[in-house]
Ligand binder design. Structure first.
Ligand SMILES: O=C(O)CCC(=O)C(=O)O
Length: 220
């Protein structure tokens, strides 16, 4: 990424809470990601039998394949994540987000992490498209500027106007990516086409938020 591209990404991210990264992966990086992700997701789907609220969403891929562990720690995107998080990023999860043909509902509006206040950046997610994604097959939408508000309590966000002028549909090509703050409200749609809509994301928290989540989990 050139200095100029980086400036544009930081400025979009600070203003809107997300930034589009066109052609972020080259052909061989995209093939490597797809070749690693698709068989693992197939195996996880066979093992779990499509259970749960999101049968085609698998988190913590790094626990099943060390390649994802390495990507989460040292992938080509990690310097950008650290740049956006002042060098404070801890990798939490590599995830598979599929919206296969016929899955008519997406994921409702949410943020990725609850922080202490809106001005502190609790984390960042980078989402890589493996297929062309658009309005028809359930692309991710963002509410521009929503990272600046406070959403205390929980990650699901009620009463979001998905038709608002500030709602942005991240329509991407394979190898494009989008990076968003853990405080940015986002959602996705169902797949009303015959085309696949597969993606991989990597999720990072700031060190302090990561440790406080770990502490809360141990107390449960
Ligand atoms: O891929 C999707 O449908 C939603 C992605 C998402 O919510 C996320 O990456 O945090």
């Amino acid at each position: 990424m050139t200095e100029r591209d980086l400036e544009r990404v930081v400025s979009d991210y600070n203003r809107d809470g997300f930034a589009i990264l066109p052609a972020y992966l080259n052909g061989s990086q995209l093939n490597a990601l797809r070749d690693r992700a698709v068989p693992l997701a197939r195996k996880l789907l066979e093992d779990n039998g499509g259970q749960g609220r999101f049968p085609n969403l698998f988190k913590s891929l790094q626990r099943y394949d060390e390649w994802f562990d390495e990507q989460l720690r040292e992938g080509c995107h990690v310097p950008l994540i650290n740049h956006l998080m002042d060098g404070d990023a801890v990798g939490v999860s590599a995830a598979w987000f599929d919206r296969p043909k016929g899955e008519m509902s997406g994921i409702e509006p949410h943020i990725d992490a609850v922080g202490e206040n809106a001005s502190a950046n609790p984390g960042v997610t980078i989402w890589f498209a493996l297929d062309p994604v658009d309005l028809g097959n359930g692309c991710v939408h963002y509410l521009k500027g929503s990272q600046k508000k406070n959403y205390p309590g929980e990650t699901w966000v009620a009463d979001v106007n998905k038709e608002a002028e500030d709602a942005f549909a991240a329509q991407l090509n394979p190898g494009d990516a989008v990076v968003h703050s853990a405080h940015t409200v986002h959602w996705s749609g169902g797949n009303f086409t015959g085309f696949p809509r597969r993606a991989i994301s990597y999720f990072y928290l700031s060190r302090s938020v990561y440790h406080s989540y770990q502490k809360k989990r141990k107390q449960k």
